[in-house]
Design a binder for this molecule. Structure first.
Ligand code: URP
Ligand code: ZN
Ligand code: ZN
Length: 487
């Protein structure tokens, strides 16, 4: 059934204007049918009154880990509960990560994740992690790009003895990504340094969560970000740095970009607003609930991240949504290195960015749309099907009341976890309605997310980025010097 969003102000990445938006229901394609003034409601259409509200592209969270098997347990939000929570907060698509165990074939892991994700309530795509290397990995990367629409690969530079990619893997996988026109992405932390610093902290008697940030200082992130960027630069491939949390890592991105290299940066809602002192909370369970990597940092870093977002040096906002309940975090009661790493936020990212970004004067509403939706759609090649309010685009829309406020709490959130890292934060700016492919999935507090309604998003390679890089890459055209044989 059609939905007419009436009387609102459309905000996309470039423009703000008054218009009604008519959407086809999912049965008729779930796309935007018309945008204009005073549109008539077709017979039987549902009318959403958007008076005084903004009508924006639904959020895209390009970094989530639903039901991830990790550190001896499994993330407690599955693809249904996690995407449903996202819809309640205005996020209509996620890009999650397939993470093969070392030696697990990439295609096998991909099929496994595809199966789990069939219950998703919103649309979803996948990045696939390269955690080991042999000819089959090289070949599977090609199959994933050419046959399955996976056009980004993930590399964990941390998590030694588990999923860490060393320099050899980075170089081989980045080079293969370049061949395929796929975008390499990295979790930038020097895994060897983390491993040694963790051992040092344990040896000095630190067993609690306060040791987590001490074992992962900003320089550990900066070194890895810089290394990944330099490797990508030498090979001539664009690179995307996930969850940038440290000023020094941002500096590496700015440096690379200023040298003409195509580097993208992602920042998490949590890294923008949460302080490192959470790890010194006298309550072990609360402190452990914040254990994620990279860790939350000091105000100096948060200021730099906001500046980077404002300046366009950081391009996307995400959550790294990867939640574990207190009983799971307790696995690390006596050893902080065993606390499952991960925090939530898929439901709250949009509100955090609006409240602390737009309301604080750091972002315009159009910039908000760019960093919560359009840039991710463009970088990961979903645009303009996603990330735009345009005729023909998917009707993934959030109706946003900039006057309404709510207080974030575990008591009211829809995420399947017993903690919320934004607990008690009052935010002004609320998703009143969320449309997913032309269906109302959230309406004035009523969550109508449907299990299995989400579809898999194929993302072809983004040729434009690669053409731009190739032009600048003289090394490939160089020829060996022909020398006369010595007598
Ligand atoms: O602590 C985190 N971030 N857990 C999820 C896995 C990752 O590193 O992205
Ligand atoms: Zn990570
Ligand atoms: Zn992650």
């Amino acid at each position: 059934m059609a939905i007419l969003i009436r009387g609102g102000t459309v905000v996309d990445a470039n423009r703000t204007y008054r218009a009604d938006v008519l959407c086809h229901g999912n049965d008729a394609g779930g796309t935007i049918a018309a945008i204009g003034e005073a549109l008539d409601a077709p017979a039987g259409a549902t009318v959403v009154d958007a008076g005084g509200q903004y009508v924006m592209p639904g959020g895209i969270d390009p970094h989530t880990h639903m039901e991830l098997p990790f550190m001896g347990t499994r993330a407690s939000d599955d693809f249904f509960t996690g995407t449903a929570a996202g819809l309640a907060g205005g996020t209509t698509s996620i890009i999650d990560f397939v993470i093969p165990s070392p030696k697990q074939p990439l295609m096998g892991a991909f099929r496994e994740w595809r199966g789990w994700a069939e219950k998703a309530a919103s649309d979803y795509g996948f990045h696939v992690a390269v955690t080991w290397w042999d000819q089959s990995v090289h070949d599977d990367m090609g199959t994933l790009v050419h046959e399955h629409g996976v056009s980004s690969f993930k590399h964990f530079m941390a998590y030694k003895n588990a999923i860490m990619a060393d320099d050899e893997i980075l170089v081989k996988s980045f080079a293969r990504s370049l061949e395929l026109g796929a975008l390499p992405t990295v979790h930038a932390e020097n895994g060897e340094l983390v491993f040694q610093l963790q051992k040092e902290m344990l040896a000095r008697g630190f067993t609690g969560p306060e040791a987590h940030p001490l074992s992962r200082p900003p320089q550990v992130e900066a070194e890895a970000a810089n290394r990944a960027i330099r490797i990508a630069q030498v090979l001539g491939v664009p690179v995307y740095i996930v969850h940038v949390s440290a000023k020094e890592a941002l500096d590496a991105i700015v440096r690379g970009r200023s040298e003409g290299h195509r580097v993208f940066g992602e920042v998490l809602a949590g890294h923008l607003v949460i302080d490192e002192s959470v790890y010194r909370d006298p309550d072990w369970t609360r402190a452990a609930a914040h254990v994620m990597s990279p860790p939350f940092r000091t105000q100096e870093h948060r200021d730099a991240l906001w500046n980077g977002l404002q300046a366009g040096q950081l391009h996307t906002t995400a959550t790294d949504h990867c939640v574990f309940c207190a009983s799971q975090k307790a696995m690390g009661r006596d050893d902080f290195t065993r606390i499952p790493n991960g925090c939530g936020g898929v439901e709250d990212r949009m509100a955090i960015l609006w409240h602390h970004g737009v309301n604080a004067g750091r972002l315009t509403p159009n910039e908000f749309v760019r960093v919560t939706s359009t840039n991710a759609a463009q970088i990961f090649n979903l645009y303009p099907r996603k990330g735009a309010v345009e005729v023909g685009a998917d009707a993934d829309i959030v109706v946003w009341d900039p006057q309404a406020s709510r207080t974030i709490s575990v008591k009211t959130h829809h995420q399947n976890v017993d903690f919320n890292v934004f607990e008690g934060m009052t935010v002004q700016g609320v998703a009143t309605h969320t449309l997913a492919r032309g269906e109302l999935a959230w309406a004035n507090g009523d969550l109508r997310a449907q299990r299995g309604a989400g579809r898999y998003l194929k993302r072809p390679p983004n040729a434009a980025y690669f053409d731009a890089v190739r032009v600048a890459n003289h090394r490939r055209e160089a020829k060996p010097v022909e020398r006369k044989a010595e007598v």
